[in-house]
Design a protein around this ligand. Structure first.
Ligand SMILES: Cc1cc2nc3c(=O)[nH]c(=O)nc-3n(C[C@H](O)[C@H](O)[C@H](O)COP(=O)(O)O)c2cc1C
Ligand code: SF4
Length: 461
């Protein structure tokens, strides 16, 4: 299927965007058919959130629009903190207009008082492109009476977690709140600070809760296309449960890391070849991770379709379609250590088992990887994996358990081998692909991450 999300060359002016077969027509169609028909169209299209969870977009919009007697907000999640993912930045760089148009449609449909686009402070190119698009769309009257704010947030991974994102918009650090945005939205008139019984005056229900719609950049970028071309057009691509195209990122041990638009349902092996130009001669795939939130995919499952159901069928998940490829020279204990370190550093510590458990697991993995490990370290990991998610406010703790447990289950001999040998059998410096840039087949990883301490300060260089 031809790409529709990533243009062949970056669209840098409103005139160029209006000259496409979609520009400005999506919002016009939404206004002409009205909010409920727009939600119905989106629901029939089967669009699913591209931020990682794959939640049906039409259902999410209906849940926000259906709450009356309260203010409503819309937030676009452009934090893109998942290692191995660059697609949102690619979309914001090459066509910020379709994203802003999707956001305007969302704000119209849920009758939002304000809309926000959240990006990291370091995303300077993307911020510039977005501000230009917003100003031009406002000046042209396409964004009528609408306030779109761009929020430049912190570098922390948790900034992309939706409950933490709302805190940042409100001027606070990225510490996830308890209740989800549809229950405790932006600037809710009475803050939800803990568990409260439902009933009159409870801001988690009804008046004052300010239900807030949070959607990923790519999710919103799909919206104008669906409005213009229809639900059947969208369903003509992909699979029944995962219609449409997806913008995939492929990084790691591949020839040319890149971002590319593929049809959902394309086999993972083909995605690695099409987007990442495959592996160098003589090397083969040992493991693939879709970000740091899903179980590892082994070489035996490379023919699985890249779709929500296809990835679940092999015991993994789609995530944000950012694939980190490791070749046959890779030590899987080292990958477990590096992923665990990333998550333990990024854990905010509001839930002690998450911070303490992920830090302890990281310590034990490091002991084993560096040859100092014993059976006590292996037992320590197992004990914390059982408790790390206790009382978790957000999904990060589950990511720790999921990723580490899956690596140890898929490669059971590697842990034992380290303990037997008192060293790593495959020493090699592995990257944690926290991407700063990705262009022309070259990925730039954020090496400052290795200086980041668990309290989010940095070791001096
Ligand atoms: C630790 C963590 C980090 C996340 N980071 C991002 C992110 O960078 N971008 C994003 O769109 N969603 C991220 N998410 C998912 C969001 O919480 C949310 O589900 C998503 O923005 C919803 O949009 P969608 O329905 O369009 O997918 C993250 C979730 C977790 C638990
Ligand atoms: S689960 Fe972990 S990252 Fe999430 S809020 Fe609790 S301590 Fe913070």
């Amino acid at each position: 299927m031809p790409p529709y999300l990533l243009p062949p060359a970056a669209i840098t002016s409103l005139d160029e965007y209006l000259a496409t077969d979609v520009g400005g027509l999506g919002v016009a169609r939404a206004q002409s058919i009205g909010p409920s028909a727009t939600i119905d169209l989106l629901t029939r299209s089967g669009l699913r959130g591209r931020g990682g969870g794959g939640f049906p977009t039409g259902v999410k919009w209906a849940a926000i629009a259906g709450q009356d007697e309260t203010r409503r907000y819309v937030v676009c999640n452009g934090a893109e903190g998942e290692p191995g993912t660059f697609k949102d930045r690619a979309l914001m760089r090459t066509n910020p207009y379709q994203l802003v148009e999707g956001l305007i449609i969302a704000a119209f449909v849920v009758d939002a008082v304000e809309a926000y686009i959240c990006v990291k402070r370091s995303f300077e190119r993307e911020t510039e492109a977005l501000l230009r698009a917003i100003q031009e769309l406002q000046a042209a009257g396409i964004c009528r009476n609408c306030t779109v704010n761009v929020v430049a947030g912190p570098d922390e991974y948790l900034f992309g977690e939706e409950k933490a994102m709302l805190e940042v918009i409100e001027g606070k650090p990225p510490l996830p709140r308890w209740f989800p945005p549809h229950e405790h939205g932006l600037f809710a008139s009475a803050a939800v600070l803990g568990w409260e019984a439902p009933g009159a005056g409870n801001p988690t229900r009804g008046e004052g809760s300010n239900p807030t719609l949070v959607n990923n950049v790519e999710t919103l970028s799909n919206v104008p296309h669906i409005l213009v071309h229809g639900a059947e057009w969208f369903r003509s691509m992909g699979t029944d449960e995962s219609p449409g195209n997806v913008v995939a990122t492929v990084v790691g041990d591949v020839v040319a890391p890149d971002v590319g638009e593929i049809e959902l349902g394309t086999p993972l092996r083909q995605v690695i070849d099409l987007v990442g130009s495959g592996l160098p001669d003589g090397r083969s795939v040992k493991a693939v991770f879709s970000g740091v939130a899903n179980p590892v995919v082994t070489a035996a499952d490379l023919d699985a379709p890249v779709s929500y159901e296809g990835m679940v069928a092999i015991g993994s998940g789609m995530g944000a379609a950012g694939f980190i490829v490791y070749d046959d020279t890779t030590c899987m204990v080292d990958t477990a250590y590096r992923f665990s370190r990333f998550l333990s550093v990024e854990s905010c510590g509001q839930c002690p088992p998450c911070k303490l458990g992920s830090s302890a697991i990281t310590y034990h993995l490091q002991q084993i990887e560096t040859g100092a490990g014993t059976d006590d370290d292996v037992a320590g990991i197992a004990a914390w994996l059982a408790r790390v998610t206790d009382g978790n406010r957000c999904y990060l703790a589950v990511e720790e358990r999921t990723v580490v447990r899956s690596i140890l289950a898929a490669f059971p001999d590697e842990l034992a081998r380290h303990v037997e040998l008192d060293r790593c059998p495959r020493p090699r410096r592995l990257p944690i692909p926290k991407l700063l840039d990705l262009a022309d087949g070259k990925a730039v990883y954020d090496e400052s991450f290795w200086r980041k301490r668990p309290d989010w300060t940095y070791e001096p260089e």
